[in-house]
Design a protein around this ligand. Structure first.
Ligand code: NCD
Ligand code: ZN
Length: 346
């Protein structure tokens, strides 16, 4: 008989774009209703590189939090060629910076100030290794000669593998993995390497971008890959391995910015993210491993305690809203208008 409810420790989301201003206000409740903590990505304009900017952003997030929701933002520093190891260390020791995010320059949304050559950041990375501070990696090369569907696999060969050989003790999270090459690389690495997996990469392959026409709301980076890769991600997420954990990469952009010529990369996953993950684990007959993926593996890797509160999800169909209004224009959630099998009990 199919299980109808599941109870687990309250989960965390280890990869979130909360944006700022009107968008922050509109999207934060969707993350805070499901997740106790979230890693807040620093790709604002301008990027969050310094302690002062991170502290101010943290305060804006807490000010936008609706009363009654218990939520802790975990701030990150945006790594650039001229990041200062002392500033990163001060931020870590002050309890402000939980991690540092590496965007290769021009790899994705708001990454113009990213890293042009990893060698320029070695002093920072060595300091982080000494502090036990995780590096969060957007793992795609930006070389225009590389096919867009190969950019993650080539990044692993050209950048990540050499970095791991040089600094094996540095904790690294390979974010939003999309390929079987990434799954294999993480599985065969030591326990200083882990990966997050998004709900959309567990649910769609690249056909979704072109089904019946061009589908901008299925477009994110790294872009979805072919079906064999999606199946490898589902196996990894539900395998019980402690190296894989939940990170939605919820990345809202107003519909007008998604549907224009040269539309933005990013899927607004937050409105149904936790429920969609639960559905994947149910389909894979792996609900008994869901708590590890959602609530235990992430905190263990980051060296943080698991949450004490518990939540319950029930098999009870509901529909994802078509749009989410914001003062900066409406947003289209992932799978807008579709029926979702699981629901978070309030
Ligand atoms: C993210 C965004 O919009 O900030 N977009 C995305 O497609 N995932 C940036 C990122 O995480 O690459
Ligand atoms: Zn992201």
């Amino acid at each position: 008989m199919a299980t109808d409810t599941i109870s687990l420790r309250r989960p965390d989301d280890w990869h979130v774009h909360l944006r700022d201003g009107a968008l922050l206000e509109a999207v934060l409740p969707f993350t805070a209703r499901s997740f106790a903590r979230a890693i807040i990505m620093p790709n604002l304009v301008p990027p969050v590189t310094r302690m002062a900017a991170a502290e101010a952003y943290r305060r804006r997030i807490l000010a936008a939090l609706p009363p009654g929701l218990d939520f802790t933002p975990l701030m990150t520093a945006y790594l650039s060629d001229d990041s200062d190891p002392d500033e990163i260390e001060r931020g870590r020791r002050a309890g402000l910076f939980t991690a540092v995010k590496l965007y290769p320059a021009h790899a994705t949304t708001n990454s113009a100030a990213g890293v042009t050559d990893i060698a320029k950041t070695y002093r920072v990375l060595e300091r982080m290794a000494a502090l036990g501070m995780p590096l969060l990696v957007h793992g795609e090369v930006t070389d225009p000669a590389i096919d867009v569907f190969d950019r993650e696999a080539v990044f692993i060969d050209r950048v990540l593998a050499p970095l791991r050989r040089r600094l094996p003790e540095l904790k690294i999270v390979l974010e939003h993995i999309t390929t079987s090459e990434a799954v294999d690389f993480v599985e065969s690495a030591s326990d200083t390497l882990a990966a997050t997996i998004t709900p959309h990469h567990l649910l769609i392959n690249r056909n979704a971008l072109f089904s019946g026409g061009l589908r901008p709301h299925m477009y994110c980076l790294p872009v979805a890959k072919r079906e064999t890769h999606r199946l490898a991600l589902r196996r990894a997420a539900t395998s019980g391995s402690a190296k894989f954990f939940l990170g939605t990469d919820t990345a809202p952009h107003p519909i007008a910015d998604k549907e224009r010529d040269c539309g933005c990369a990013g899927i607004f996953a937050a409105p149904a993210a936790l429920e969609l993950y639960a559905g994947v684990f149910a389909e894979e007959q792996a609900l008994e491993r869901f708590e590890a993926f959602a609530s235990l593996n992430g905190p263990r890797f980051y060296g943080l305690p698991a949450n004490e509160q518990r939540i319950t999800l029930a098999r009870r169909p509901w529909r994802v809203p078509q749009t989410v209004p914001t003062a900066a224009g409406p947003l289209r959630p992932f799978l807008a208008g579709e029926e979702i099998a699981w629901q978070l009990q309030s």
